[in-house]
Structures are given as structure tokens and as C-alpha cells.
Design a protein around this ligand. Structure first.
Ligand SMILES: NC(=O)c1ccc[n+]([C@@H]2O[C@H](COP(=O)([O-])OP(=O)(O)OC[C@H]3O[C@@H](n4cnc5c(N)ncnc54)[C@H](OP(=O)(O)O)[C@@H]3O)[C@@H](O)[C@H]2O)c1
Length: 411
């Protein structure tokens, strides 16, 4: 078999998040450095403009042209690289042919999808091919769900060191975050709400905390599911539902399932936003809960969905400014509790806006981890999660190169 020309290809390099990612890869690895990477997408002209904007001459950074629906071009692209990073979304609309090509050609893959229903479909359809070919497929390599998945992994390791056992219950609370929305994320979110509005089976699937766990995996544990404003005594604060919990909790449960229940067979996990103390906290939590419910309802009904897309949400290709990304950050708190009530607190932070500045760096380092840290000789193909495939290696990369921190908080 011929040696691939590239280590890594960014497919969708001209997307809003893809442009931030390519700039980051250029800073981190240069062109033609120890990581040989290329940019790909459907428009040669846009790709050339992107390469020029990075200050790289033609020939310095290879360009690959492929449409997300062109299976032949995607297969050729996969056969010429070890790893593909994809930012072409909504993935439920455009992503399947590339996952199929990677699974069948043994090409490693990571992306930014947060679309549970699509991930489930991909696992069911292509896990056998990925196992056979050795392709390692890792969805959710951005803000959803790396901080959650690696945050729990980190906490459970400290728990085993300190208490000799994992925590049966873990809560993640968003203490603070600042950033903005992009058109691609808005389109992906609206697409899920739209599909769910007309499909009761999908609504049931989205409500199942184990929906992307291997078939037949169904622990008899009731997972917490925050739907309204509540007081959380562990954090002495009011909490409101967190919009990303629908994907993050599923990824964390899949990590537990894939690791032979390393977090325990009774493991419970939930996520929420910290809204403050007293009456002010209660009002804020109630207001956010109502706002979220209103958004979901507006997204489900055709006339209000049209108005949201037309007047409120950013269009595809748009997103937060460089200044908003630079001034953005996130601060997540985890509380773990063992069966006999011992507790451990962990903090995970990022120094850029969660959705773009930090997400692009996380995705870039996930791709680099596949190329540089996980030798193909040790490969076991299949659909992984960030914690089960990358684990500590990615934490080290994120701390060293992506502005993330992972630390235990002493009481
Ligand atoms: N998990 C997270 O934390 C996170 C954070 C941010 C974004 N995301 C997700 O990442 C994805 C990208 O977001 P974004 O805001 O960067 O999106 P965007 O700016 O709208 O970009 C979408 C990309 O898809 C490409 N594309 C569309 N149709 C295509 C086709 N037929 N063939 C090839 N390429 C095609 C577009 O190409 P052109 O440039 O040629 O138009 C563009 O590069 C979304 O699904 C979003 O939900 C996730």
C-alpha cells in the first residue's frame, strides 16, 4: 500500500471554525514541519484565499478539493492521509459520506459534531467497518464534549488515587463562560430541534441517557435530568439546565460503557449552569430555564423557526469576532462523590471563548494526538470517545498548547 502524502487533512478548512483551526495549526506546526497537513473543502478558490491569508505560498500548504457528497473524491482524500479532521456541518446533513469513507479506508477521523441522533446512526452503520479497517473515529472533539469527558476522566483518576475507587456520582456545573454563537452551530442546533419536532421516536432516543452506548447496554440506574430551576446544596447555588448537557452526558456515559464501567456500574452524571445564590440566583435560574424552553419551542415551529434563522441567529460562515474569542473563557466545576459520601472537587478552565477559540485548539490537538501520540501499530478501530481514546495524552497537550487547565480543588 502506498504511503499517504499527508498526516492530517482539515476538511471544511474554510468554515468559521475551520479558519481559526488552520491558523492555530500553522502557528503550532508550521507548514511541512513534523506534522504534514493539508486543507480541504469544496471550493478551490476559497481554499487558495485561506492559504494566502495564512501567509503561505502555493505548494507550501497542499490543497485538496472534495465535495461532502462526492464519495469518490472523499475516498481518494482518505487514502492520501492518516487522519481527517472535519468541520463540515451540520454533520447530520453533510457528514455521513466522509465517516463512511474513513471507516472503510482505515483513516482516523475526528470532528465537532454534537448531534446525538447522527452519532448514533454512524455508530450503528459503520462500527463494523471501522473495526475491520482499524479506523479510529472520534466525534465531539470541541467544547462539546472534551472538557466534560476529560474532566470526568481526570476526576475519576484522582478519586482512584485518593479513595481507591471511582466516584459513583459526578456533577458538572458551568460556573462561568463567555463567548458567542456561529452560524454553523446555530444551523446544527436548529436541525436537531426540527427533526425532533416531527419524529417521536427521535425524541425518545434523545431522552435516553445511554442512546450512544453499545447496543444492549442499559444499566438500571436513573440518571438525573434537570428540567427546571433548582437549588443545588453541593454548590450552594441555584442551577438551570445547560444546553450542551444533552450531548455531553451521552458521551460521558459512552466513555463509562467503553471502559468496562471504569466509573462504576451505578455511575450517575449530570450537568447544569450555576446561577448564583438567594433570590437573585433563583430569578436568574428561572429566567434562563424559561428562555431555553422558549428557544426550543420557537425552533420546533416552522414560522418562528424561520424568524429565528432570518433575524436572530448568525448565518453559516458567521461567528464571534476575534476580540470576543480572545476575551472569552470558560470555568467548569466538577463534584464527585463516592458511594460512602467522600467528595472530590475538580476545576477545568479554558482561556478562549468555548465554542470557537478553545474548540478549534481542542480539535487541532485531538488531530495531532491521533497522528503523533497514538501509533498506528497499536490501533484498534471503532467509534471512541475523547476520554477512552486520548485520555491523559490529550490532557497533557491541552494544558501545554491550548490554554486549558485541569486541577483538583482542595476544600
Ligand atoms: N462541538 C463544538 O463545540 C462546536 C463548536 C463550533 C462549531 N461546531 C460545529 O462545527 C460545524 C462547523 O461550524 P461553523 O460555524 O464553522 O460552520 P460554517 O462556517 O457554516 O461552515 C460550514 C462548512 O461546511 C462546508 N460545506 C457545506 N456544504 C459542503 C459540501 N457539500 N461539501 C464540502 N463542504 C461543505 C462549507 O464550505 P464553504 O466554506 O465552501 O462554504 C463550510 O466550510 C457545525 O456543525 C457546528 O455545529 C461545534
Amino acid at each position: 500500500m502506498k504511503t499517504p502524502s499527508h498526516d492530517l487533512i482539515v476538511f471544511g478548512a474554510t468554515s468559521f471554525v475551520g479558519q481559526i483551526l488552520t491558523r492555530y495549526l500553522a502557528e503550532q506546526f508550521g507548514a511541512h514541519g513534523h506534522l504534514k497537513w493539508a486543507i480541504a473543502g469544496r471550493s478551490e478558490a476559497k481554499l487558495a484565499a485561506l492559504r494566502n491569508s495564512l501567509g503561505l505560498a502555493a505548494g507550501k500548504l497542499p490543497v485538496v478539493v472534495a465535495d461532502a457528497a462526492d464519495e469518490v473524491a472523499l475516498r481518494q482524500m482518505c487514502q492520501d492521509t492518516r487522519v481527517v479532521i472535519s468541520t463540515v456541518g451540520p454533520y447530520a446533513l453533510y457528514g455521513e459520506p466522509l465517516v463512511k469513507a474513513c471507516a472503510e479506508t482505515g483513516t482516523d477521523y475526528c470532528d465537532l459534531t454534537g448531534e446525538v441522533q447522527w452519532i448514533r446512526r454512524m455508530i450503528r452503520a459503520y462500527e463494523p467497518a471501522a473495526r475491520k479497517s482499524g479506523a479510529r473515529i472520534v466525534h465531539c472533539c470541541g467544547f462539546d464534549s472534551i472538557p466534560s469527558d476529560l474532566g470526568v476522566h481526570f476526576l475519576q483518576q484522582r478519586s482512584r488515587e485518593r479513595f481507591g475507587e471511582p466516584c459513583t456520582e459526578v456533577k458538572m456545573r458551568v460556573k462561568a463562560a463567555r463567548g458567542g454563537f456561529s452560524g454553523g452551530t446555530a444551523a446544527s442546533l436548529i436541525n436537531v430541534v426540527k427533526e425532533a419536532a416531527t419524529n417521536p421516536a427521535l425524541r425518545k432516543e434523545l431522552a435516553n441517557p445511554y442512546s450512544i452506548c453499545p447496543e444492549g447496554y442499559a444499566p438500571q440506574v436513573r440518571q438525573p435530568n434537570l428540567k427546571s430551576a433548582q437549588y443545588d446544596a453541593d454548590f450552594d447555588a441555584w442551577v438551570a439546565p445547560f444546553v450542551m448537557s444533552g450531548i455531553n452526558t451521552r458521551i460521558v456515559q459512552r466513555s463509562n460503557a467503553l471502559s468496562k464501567q471504569a466509573y462504576g456500574k451505578d455511575f450517575r452524571y449530570d450537568e447544569a449552569m450555576l446561577m448564583g445564590r438567594g433570590l437573585k440566583g433563583r430569578v436568574a435560574a428561572t429566567g434562563l430555564t424559561a428562555g431555553l424552553a422558549g428557544f426550543m419551542l420557537a425552533g420546533a415551529l416552522p414560522p418562528t423557526r424561520w424568524a429565528l434563522e432570518r433575524f436572530v441567529l448568525p448565518a453559516p460562515g458567521e461567528g464571534p469576532s476575534a476580540e470576543v474569542q480572545r476575551k472569552g473563557f470558560f470555568d467548569l466545576r466538577f463534584l464527585g462523590r463516592t458511594t460512602d459520601g467522600r467528595t472530590l472537587r475538580v476545576k477545568v478552565t479554558g482561556d478562549r471563548d468555548p465554542g470557537y477559540g478553545s474548540t478549534a485548539r481542542m480539535l487541532g490537538q485531538a488531530g495531532a494526538c491521533l497522528v503523533l501520540d497514538l501509533p498506528e501499530s497499536g490501533r484498534k478501530g471503532g467509534f471512541w470517545t475523547p476520554a477512552t481514546l486520548f485520555g491523559d495524552r490529550l490532557i497533557e497537550r491541552l494544558v501545554a498548547h491550548s490554554g486549558l487547565t485541569f486541577e483538583v480543588l482542595e476544600d
